[in-house]
Design a protein around this ligand. Structure first.
Ligand SMILES: *Cc1c(COP(=O)(O)O)cnc(C)c1O
Length: 384
C-alpha cells in the first residue's frame, strides 16, 4: 500500500474537537488555569463575563448560563409555571429533551408535524395540535420551536399562531445558536431561547452547559432564582422551588475563548455545507436554506430514499467515514412518549423523514481533500 492509499483510509472524525483544540492553542489552557488560580469554581467572574458576551453576541437583553440545554428549557417552563393540565406544542422530529422537560413538569407535550423543506415545525400543524389539545381538555400554553440541525424555525409564522392562540414561544436553539432568521440572530425570537453547550454542539464546552436568552427583566430574575434553588434576596432566603442549574466557572472560561472564534467557525461550516450541496445535489436530497436564513450546520443531513440508507451507511463505514441518523424514531413513536397526543392530521412526514435522513461528517475543520473523499464515497455508494 502506498502512502497516498493509507491517507485515504485513515478514519474520518464525525466532529473533530481535537482540530479545534489545536486551533485554540494555549488560550483555553490558560483560561482554565486562571480559574484554578482564583478558585471561584461556582458563579465566578468568568460566568458573568460569558453571560455579557453571549447577550452581546445575539442581541438579547439577558443571557443566563446554566447546567445544560435540557435545564435551560426546563428553567423557562418552570418560570412560566407550566404544569399538570397544560399542553405544550412541540415537534416530534427532534431530540427527546424538547418534550422531556414538558413531561417532567407534569404537563403534556402535544406533537406537531414539521415542514419537508426545513425539518422544522410547521405552523399549520401547530394550529392542529392546539385543536387536539383543547379537545382533550388541556390548556395550550406554549410552543417549543426547534432549530433543527442549526437552521432557524419559521418564527414569523409560528409567532403568528402563538399570538392568535395566546401561547408563548420558547426557542429550543440547542443546535441553532449563532444562526440568523431574516437577518436577526437566534436568541431574540419568542419569549425566551434555550441553547446547549454540549461538546458536540456548534458552540460547545468541555462538559455540560447551556444558556437562556430573554428580554423580559422579571422573567430573567425568576430564572436566575430558579437556577440556584429558588433563592430570594440571598441563597438562604428560599422563595420558590428551584434546582441546581448553574454553569461552572471552568466551562464559562472555555466558552469565552471558543466564542471568540465562533463567527469564523460559522463561516467555515457554511462554506463546507455549500460544497457538500454542490457535490451531492444530483444524487440525494440536500438541505437548502430558506431565503434570509443562515444555519450553523449543527448537522449536515441529506435524505436518501427509504431502503438506500443502510447501504450508504455501511459503504461509508467500510471506508472509515462515520455517519449518524438524527433521528431514527420520531418522539411520537418512542416508548416513553407514544401515549402523548399528536396534531390532528397526523405526523406522516416525521415518520418518513426518520426513515430517510442521514448526517455526514460536519465541523469547521473539515478539510477539502477529506470532504472530497467523503463526497466520492457517497456518490459511489449511491450509484450502486
Ligand atoms: C442537545 C439538545 C438538547 C439538550 O441539550 P443538553 O445540553 O444535552 O441537555 C435539547 N434540544 C435539542 C434539539 C438538542 O439537540
Amino acid at each position: 500500500m502506498n502512502q497516498h492509499a493509507r491517507v485515504d483510509l485513515a478514519p474520518v472524525p464525525f466532529i473533530d474537537l481535537a482540530a479545534q483544540r489545536r486551533r485554540l492553542g494555549k488560550s483555553v489552557d490558560e483560561a482554565v488555569a486562571r480559574v484554578l488560580a482564583h478558585c471561584q469554581f461556582i458563579l465566578g467572574p468568568e460566568v458573568r463575563e460569558l453571560e455579557e458576551r453571549l447577550a452581546k453576541f445575539c442581541g438579547a437583553r439577558h443571557a443566563i448560563s446554566c447546567s445544560s440545554g435540557t435545564d435551560a428549557l426546563q428553567l423557562v417552563l418552570m418560570a412560566k409555571g407550566i404544569g399538570p393540565g397544560d399542553a405544550v406544542i412541540c415537534p416530534s422530529f427532534t431530540f427527546c429533551a424538547t418534550a422531556e422537560v414538558v413531561a417532567l413538569l407534569g404537563a403534556t407535550p402535544v406533537f406537531a408535524e414539521v415542514e419537508e423543506a426545513t425539518f422544522n415545525l410547521d405552523a399549520a400543524s401547530v394550529q392542529q395540535a392546539v385543536a387536539a389539545a383543547r379537545k382533550l381538555g388541556l390548556q395550550p400554553k406554549a410552543i417549543i420551536a426547534v432549530d433543527l440541525f442549526g437552521l432557524p424555525a419559521d418564527y414569523e409564522e409560528i409567532i403568528k399562531v402563538a399570538a392568535a392562540e395566546n401561547l408563548f414561544v420558547l426557542d429550543d436553539a440547542a443546535q441553532g445558536f449563532g444562526a440568523t432568521y431574516k437577518g436577526r440572530p437566534l436568541g431574540t425570537f419568542g419569549l425566551a431561547t434555550a441553547t446547549s453547550f454540549f461538546p458536540a454542539k456548534p458552540l460547545g464546552c468541555y462538559g455540560d452547559g447551556g444558556a437562556i436568552f430573554a428580554d423580559d427583566d422579571a422573567l430573567a430574575d425568576t430564572i436566575r432564582s430558579l437556577r440556584v434553588h429558588g433563592h430570594g434576596t440571598d441563597k438562604y432566603d428560599n422563595v420558590r422551588i428551584g434546582m441546581t442549574g448553574r454553569l461552572d466557572s471552568i466551562q464559562a472560561a472555555v466558552l469565552i475563548e471558543k466564542l471568540k472564534i465562533f463567527p469564523e467557525e460559522i463561516e467555515a461550516r457554511g462554506r463546507i455545507a455549500r460544497r457538500y450541496n454542490e457535490a451531492l445535489g444530483d444524487v440525494a436530497i440536500v438541505p437548502r436554506l430558506p431565503n434570509d436564513c443562515n444555519s450553523v450546520w449543527a448537522q449536515y443531513t441529506i435524505r436518501v430514499p427509504a431502503g438506500g440508507r443502510d447501504g450508504l451507511a455501511a459503504a461509508l463505514k467500510a471506508e472509515g467515514i462515520p455517519t449518524a441518523i438524527y433521528y431514527p424514531k420520531p418522539l411520537h413513536r418512542q416508548t416513553a412518549y407514544k401515549h402523548f397526543p399528536t396534531a390532528e392530521g397526523g405526523l406522516a412526514l416525521s415518520d418518513k423523514l426518520a426513515g430517510e435522513v442521514i448526517s455526514l461528517p460536519m465541523h469547521a475543520y473539515l478539510e477539502e481533500p477529506v470532504q472530497d473523499r467523503i463526497v466520492a464515497a457517497v456518490r459511489r455508494a449511491l450509484a450502486r
